[in-house]
Write a protein that binds this ligand. Sequence first.
Ligand code: 5GP
Ligand code: ZN
Length: 111
Amino acid sequence: MSNCIFCKIAKGEIPANKVYEDGQFLAFNDIHPKAKVHILLIPKQHIESLQVVDAAHVAMLGEMTVLINKIAIDAGLHNGFRVVTNAGPGGHQEVPHLHYHILGGGRLPGF
Ligand code: 5GP
Ligand code: ZN
């Protein structure tokens, strides 16, 4: 999507502090970190949120989920992490391109 900030980051049109990249996915540091480590993991393909995924996305979502632990370990989160995804206005999603927040380091508040 031409107007999407995360699509622009995926295409390299907007800079980001990348921590992981392959053909299908990109992970980069959140510009306003809410924890010591706050990484955003996105598919390069524009998908708005978990509200619009279906059976056609199962393989992609599986690969994306498996990537989380590798990215967390590479970021030093050996003791664990939190994953959050906001979907739609009801989830207070600000950027309408599917992303997992990977959070950790220090002491996270209870949820
Ligand atoms: P959401 O509310 O959509 O789940 O979260 C969007 C996240 O994207 C926020 O945590 C926000 O700080 C982050 N963000 C928004 N714009 C940019 C940007 O241009 N670069 C980076 N690295 N993060 C961004
Ligand atoms: Zn997008």
